[in-house]
Write a protein that binds this ligand. Structure first.
Ligand SMILES: C[S@@+](CC[C@H](N)C(=O)[O-])C[C@H]1O[C@@H](n2cnc3c(N)ncnc32)[C@H](O)[C@@H]1O
Length: 251
């Protein structure tokens, strides 16, 4: 059995033979993803003014129009399981309120936090200030790797949108990655260029997304080695934290 299948067993999904991988994905996917998207959208529409919260001992303000880690499981689970080494140069791609960047900054030498949503940029800056981390975290607006051209990171943190649906507005881009997983594809194609030779990606994913697609892309097309370092079972989904390491040496 390859590591991949052993690791999926670690997620609480029983897989004994290779051929069962596909049925795992079908079984694990929510039958109506658009209902799930609507549910997440409704959660966000309830946020009409700034909400103060504390996550993993850090203070945060969640502003309207920005992805909220409250009510979904993945953000806090990733933050809890991040492995950041002393002195690393880190990219938090799609920072939202800045949660991963702020946790990573405890150990990192420097973090660049990016987001395509201008409201997330403002919110992350506010939270970075609130946590006195302006000297360690720089925030940049833009699509995927566009704000960090020519940079090389020891660690790229990614909490991606994973529902395979078309986003209808900038906020929905927080949880919808395109009906054919276009954003996942683009990220995996480009990410190696932004890693140091020993660099890695730490990302969270859910069985509500197409994990089979992600693993195939990451292992075959890009290619990365993929390891699951943490998993949890939620009401509708299994959440996994992956570490991806390039199999080709980055220059
Ligand atoms: C699931 S949310 C995660 C936010 C935050 N990292 C967290 O853990 O709570 C995904 C974030 O990625 C951002 N995003 C979506 N597409 C993006 C893109 N093409 N480039 C940069 N950021 C993007 C969204 O605006 C959103 O803030």
């Amino acid at each position: 059995m390859s590591d991949r299948y052993r690791l999926l067993e670690h997620a609480g999904i029983t897989l004994t033979v290779r051929g069962e991988t596909k049925s795992m994905v079908v079984l694990a996917q929510h039958p109506d993803l658009s209902k799930r998207s609507k549910y997440i959208g409704d959660l966000h529409r309830q946020i009409k003014e700034d909400v103060k919260t504390s996550i993993l001992g850090k203070e945060f303000i969640i502003t309207p129009g920005v992805f909220s880690p409250i009510g979904t499981l993945a953000s806090e689970f990733l933050a809890k399981n991040l492995i950041v080494n002393e002195g690393e140069f880190v990219l938090d791609l799609g920072t939202g309120i800045g949660i991963q960047a702020i946790i990573a900054a405890q150990k990192a030498k420097k973090v660049i936090a990016t987001d395509v949503n201008p409201r997330a940029i403002l919110c992350a800056r506010e939270n970075i200030k609130l946590n006195n981390l302006e000297n360690k975290i720089e925030v940049k607006e833009g699509d995927l790797f566009q704000p960090v051209q020519h940079e090389k990171f020891d660690l790229i943190i990614w909490s991606p949108p994973y529902l395979p649906l078309e986003p209808h507005c900038i906020l929905e881009q927080s949880w919808c990655c395109g009906s054919n997983n276009e954003l996942i594809d683009k990220f995996l194609k480009e990410a190696q260029e932004y890693l140091t030779p020993s660099g890695r990606i730490e990302m969270v994913y859910s069985t509500l997304g197409n994990i089979y697609y992600l693993l195939c892309k990451a292992e075959k097309d890009s290619p990365f080695s993929v390891e699951v370092i943490a998993s949890m079972i939620g009401c509708f989904e299994v959440i996994l934290v992956f570490v991806l390491k390039p199999l080709r040496k980055c220059t």
